[in-house]
Design a protein around this ligand. Structure first.
Ligand code: 4NP
Length: 155
């Protein structure tokens, strides 16, 4: 059974749908299941924010058919790695985790970059430029994930 990776932000309409789409595009034809969810429940059932759809489209990635869902405790069981976009969501997940095993699955996405920037900023209330930065940070982190997964996959 392949790896299962969950991307988590607050709304599941801006950042984590991009992270889901970008990582999926990098791991095409590989045995990795990728999903996203929000710690908040404001937009359940909605498609991603049009600004995220547009920036993904500019990079050749279609995220328009994704549907917002809320994070649930069972996700700790169903996924091997759970990447939070910022500290608020990271702390929320750590506090929700039933035990240490579940806590150990939770990471900050930008830990993958080994740089000083640890959070993908919430672009919801900002302008279009915020989405460029968000896209770039997520893309760099997902590239590192791709390289790591491929270097451990000897098949
Ligand atoms: P996201 O952005 O967490 O990247 O999806 C947000 C989207 C919606 C809200 C907050 C953040 N909201 O408060 O509705």
């Amino acid at each position: 059974m392949g790896m299962k990776i969950l991307m988590v932000c607050l709304g599941n309409i801006c950042r984590s749908p991009l992270a889901e789409g970008i990582l999926r595009s990098k791991l095409e034809n590989q045995n990795v299941f990728i999903d996203s969810a929000g710690t908040g429940g404001y937009h359940i059932g909605n498609p991603p924010d049009i600004r995220s759809i547009n920036i993904a489209q500019n990079h050749g990635i279609d995220i328009s058919s994704q549907k917002c869902r809320q994070f649930k405790i069972k996700d700790f069981e169903d996924f091997d790695l759970i990447y939070a976009m910022d500290y608020a969501n990271y702390n929320n997940l750590i506090n929700k985790a039933p035990g240490l095993k579940e806590q150990s699955k939770v990471r900050l996405l930008l830990e993958e970059l080994d740089g000083p920037v640890m959070e993908v900023p919430d672009p919801y209330y900002g302008g279009k430029d915020g989405f460029e930065e968000v896209y770039s940070l997520i893309d760099m982190a997902c590239e590192r994930i791709r390289i790591k997964l491929n270097s451990t996959d000897k098949s």
